[in-house]
Design a protein around this ligand. Structure first.
Ligand code: FAD
Length: 549
């Protein structure tokens, strides 16, 4: 970290260039949708808040992930803010699943509509922050040396904002262009006539590969683990569908809130076991969901995520679709995932499997043909040289904890977040960390965010934090801090819930398994409505499980 960080009160923290009077109530890190929402809510509550953002613009995920084909996999009408009726009535999505440019326009619209920009410092990366016990304030320092003191530090720094750049030995020898999907250039990348290698087959790759293949001379996909993908059936947003939702947007949002993932009320899970129907009925029910597309496939039966035998029936249904779609039987077999469906994040695609029928697309199975070395012109896998003009790393993220663990973040007694989270991300309700008073984390581990429509999770977290601060202010209290026993019990709860599902049965980023050396701990909580109820209960009981002072 470039700037120095001390827990002793800085004499006079540098005033932000926005001219906001100090002291700050909230320092918010990140100007993605979470940071924007938190800033707006704080201001409406009369709090003095400042956002610092490392990037040159707002939008977070949608600022950085500009790769071809990048789009939401939750329907646009759901993946949007519900806190302002005029906003949701005004905004018009052009597609059923909005693409990155439109999502970025939406983030910018939110920033402009609610006049947020004067409290956002762009190109400002937090290096670290320490809780100063004497003044009961967070003292934060940016990489550039600017410093702030704030009562509350809100990490809106994103669950998927630290790209995973695997340490491929010898990659530096490759002289062609290397691009990471999560750090895509702002100018258009033209693959026309080029030979492109894509490493990784998670959600980003599944979206990018079909689009790249349309123009590239050759696409070679290097696959470590096959992905399940359900068709999006994307297209222009149907005007009647949009009007129908807008006629009662509040009701639509409320119905979604009652769903396990905070979305999908138009297609609720069938309340029947996959094991309780005949094979013919089962096939017909899977087909019906496949025809509609999207995550709803996992709701074809109520037990797909909790019963391995039921899950295998859904998995085999998708494998059947892969075999039906992909002409080359060996390629089809290599594309068939073997882990339980839904255990890793399900992909929502447009022509992913069919793309492997193109003569210019080849699959290299890294399970049987591992990467041996990189060369100036490409790489060697399974003894075969693959020369490529550009290499796309679709290698995902150091999810949920990667961004915080890069920081010099210190709580009481100078304890670092790295020491605190040595064995995994301990926290209470996913929102707070014992030993780190007045620190809030939005959409982080220990919450349902990763299993939820993240916008819904963000709005819930923002409201909870704002209400919590209002409670402290109303009672003349300065700090709130999770109790260690509540935190320990919460970690057990998150893992107990996961143990009732298929989520522990594969190596996913939910478990930290995609990052070498990362502690294996199941990070997200499953079940949004129960989580919301618990958070409300804690607040109603005067913040039970916390120490307020
Ligand atoms: C390609 C992709 C597709 C996705 N699709 C969906 C979807 O369909 N549905 C869904 O629910 N979720 C989806 N997600 C998850 C997505 O991350 C969230 O939906 C949402 O955008 C998260 O918003 P956020 O504001 O919490 O985080 P982000 O959008 O990640 O914003 C965090 C911001 O914090 C900034 N930041 C981080 N560290 C620092 C620092 N030290 N100093 C200053 N600034 C910092 C970052 O630069 C970033 O701008 C997707 C994620 C990706 C990567």
């Amino acid at each position: 970290m470039a700037a120095s960080l001390s827990a002793t009160p800085a004499a006079t923290p540098a005033a932000p260039s926005t001219g906001h009077a100090l002291p700050l109530d909230l320092l918010i890190v990140g100007a993605g949708l979470a940071g924007l929402c938190m800033l707006h809510k704080a201001r409406r509550q009369g709090l003095n808040a400042l956002v610092i953002e490392a990037a040159g613009g707002v939008g977070g995920t949608w600022y950085f992930n500009r790769y071809p084909g990048a789009r939401v996999d939750i329907q646009s009408m759901e993946y949007s803010f519900g806190f302002d009726e005029a906003l949701q009535q005004h905004w018009h999505w052009t597609e059923r699943y909005a693409a990155q440019p439109e999502l970025l326009r939406y983030a910018n619209h939110v920033a402009d509509r609610f006049a947020l920009r004067d409290a956002i410092l762009l190109n400002t990366q937090l290096a670290g922050a320490a809780f100063d016990e004497a003044s009961q304030r967070w003292r934060a320092v940016a990489e550039g040396g600017q410093a702030w003191a704030a009562r509350f530090l809100v990490m809106a720094s994103g669950p998927l904002s630290s790209p995973n750049q695997p340490d491929f030995p010898g990659l530096a020898r490759y002289t062609g262009r290397v691009l990471h999907t999560a750090r895509w250039p702002h100018e258009a990348v033209d693959f026309t006539g080029l030979r492109v290698g894509v490493i990784g087959t998670g959600s980003s790759a599944v979206q990018a590969i079909p689009v790249i293949a349309e123009v590239a001379a050759q696409v070679t996909v290097f696959q470590r683990t096959a992905s399940y993908a359900v068709p999006a059936h994307n297209g222009p947003l149907d005007a009647d569908f949009e009007a129908g939702i807008k006629a009662d947007y509040a009701g639509f949002r409320a119905r979604n809130q009652r769903m396990m993932g905070g979305f999908g009320s138009l297609q609720p899970p069938n309340l029947v076991s996959a094991l309780a129907v005949s094979p013919e009925q089962r096939q017909a029910m899977f087909e019906e969901r496949w025809r509609i597309g999207g995550f709803g496939l996992l709701g074809t039966f109520h037990d797909l995520i909790v019963n391995p035998a039921a899950n295998e029936l859904a998995a085999e249904f998708v494998r059947g679709k892969i075999r039906e779609t992909v002409h080359n039987p060996a390629t089809a077999e290599a594309l068939c995932p073997r882990h339980p469906i839904g255990c890793k994040r399900l992909c929502v695609d447009t022509n992913y499997y069919a793309t492997y029928n193109r003569p210019n697309v080849a699959l290299v199975n890294l399970q049987t043909s591992p990467i041996e070395q990189f060369t100036p012109s490409g790489l060697v896998a399974g003894g075969l040289a693959h020369d490529v003009d550009a290499l796309v790393l679709a290698t995902g993220f150091d999810a949920m904890t990667g961004t915080l663990l890069k920081l010099n973040l210190r709580g009481r007694g100078g304890q670092t977040i790295q020491a605190k989270w040595q064995a995994g991300p301990l926290n209470y309700l996913g929102l707070t960390v014992a030993g780190f008073p007045n620190l809030f984390n939005i959409a982080g581990p220990g919450s349902t965010a990763a299993f939820t429509n993240v916008i819904v999770a963000i709005e819930h977290h923002v409201s909870w934090i704002a209400d919590c601060i209002a409670h402290l202010d109303a009672h003349g209290l300065a700090t709130i801090e999770a109790n260690a026993d509540a935190e320990a019990a919460w970690a057990v709860h998150v893992n107990t819930v996961a143990a009732r599902t298929v989520y522990l049965s594969c190596n996913s980023w939910y478990l930290g398994a995609n990052i070498p050396g990362k502690p294996r701990m199941f990070m997200p909580l499953f079940g949004y409505p129960a989580y919301v109820e618990k958070c409300a209960q804690v607040a109603a009981q005067g913040y039970a499980g916390f120490t307020l002072a």
